[in-house]
Write a protein that binds this ligand. Structure first.
Ligand code: MTE
Length: 318
């Protein structure tokens, strides 16, 4: 067993584990699952808090994603968060992040590139025109949201630094700072959080660096001041509060893959046909809805991204 903790998942999020495991495997997995259930017990749904920013809901009222689904509220998006540097409890992230300082902030872009550069966040906002993108976010834990992001294509930044012909992957790293992220003191996790994409995935127009949502600069709990959003992959690929982007020639290590490689693959494409070892991925709970909905291959973005995986066995490269 890995020395690291696995992702704690609310039992309400998932369909029966025993459906996917025989009794022996089920018992073997139960140690982890029991911990998850205990944690779930102390995660009540956030109650109404008058101090919360209402966001810019009015300007976005009636908007939907391209499949016709309404946006999640600013309140949902900013009070149901996975951000382990603050806490593993989703509703604890917002209150713990109120004093987070996202200025000054720099992002170092380097590695196998012709023009390495360290950008101040202000430069990134100025140099790259910001666009609106309404995307579904599908967490590996089988819940989802629809989020109106502002940001810019990752490809635009990569083109500016000019990857060399040796560059094959992009490696992303979150800020390491225990004074800002209290949980980075925990031995249970391999800090800092890091992620990776194949270069051609990173160049796909759907992959963005988000700097805002609902027309406001990115709230701390959603990854201020800049985070990755890769909507056809499970949410854990969308790394928050990035300080470093490095072009490399080998597949980089990633936070969840290091913790539990059999549970969290490098590719992590949303795929209803590949169950997580502890739960099904065929359906999901859209936050704010009562009934579950079917999970779509590539989270519904197959037309734009399936070409990236032609000839690959996606059950093997999960
Ligand atoms: N990035 C960092 N640095 N730390 C994290 O814990 N959680 C990931 C991802 N990015 C995480 C992270 C997971 S599991 C998900 S589902 C999304 O962020 C959640 O993004 P949201 O809280 O903005 O909805």
């Amino acid at each position: 067993m890995s020395k690291y903790k696995s992702v704690p998942v609310l039992s309400s999020e998932i369909t029966s584990k025993s459906q996917y495991l025989n009794r022996r495997d089920f018992l073997k997995a139960a140690g982890v699952v029991t911990g998850a259930a205990l944690l779930a017990a102390c995660v009540p749904q956030a109650a109404a808090d008058p101090a919360r920013s209402p966001g810019n809901d009015a300007a976005y009222s009636g908007k939907t994603d391209e499949l016709g689904s309404p946006l999640n509220s600013f309140d949902d998006i900013t009070h149901y968060n996975n951000f382990y540097e603050f806490s593993t409890a989703k509703d604890a992230v917002a209150p713990l992040s109120t004093n987070f300082k996202s200025r000054p902030w720099t992002v170092e872009v380097g590695g196998l590139v012709k023009n390495p550069k360290t950008y101040a966040i202000e430069d990134l906002l100025k140099a790259f025109p910001q666009e609106d993108r309404i995307y579904r976010l599908r967490c590996v834990e089988a819940w989802s949201m629809v989020i109106p992001w502002q940001g810019f294509p990752l490809a635009n930044l990569l083109k500016a630094v000019e990857p060399t012909s040796d560059a094959k992957y992009v490696h992303f790293v979150t800020l390491m700072d225990k004074t800002q992220f209290p949980a980075e003191g925990s031995q249970f996790y391999p800090w800092p959080y890091e992620e990776g994409l194949r270069l051609d995935e990173a160049m796909n127009d759907l992959a963005i660096l988000a700097t805002g949502l609902y027309g406001e600069s990115l709230p701390a709990q959603d990854g201020a001041p800049i985070r990755l959003v890769v909507p056809w992959k499970y949410g854990f690929k969308s790394i928050k509060s990035i300080v470093k982007i490095e072009l490399v020639d080998k597949m980089p290590g990633t936070f969840w893959n290091t913790i539990a490689p059999n549970e969290y693959g490098f590719y992590a494409n949303v795929n209803p046909d590949v169950p997580h070892p502890r739960w099904s991925q065929t359906s999901e709970r859209r936050i704010g809805e009562l009934t579950r909905r079917a999970t779509l291959p590539f989270n519904g973005y197959g037309e734009q991204v399936a070409y990236l995986y032609e000839g690959m066995d996606l059950k093997l490269h999960y």
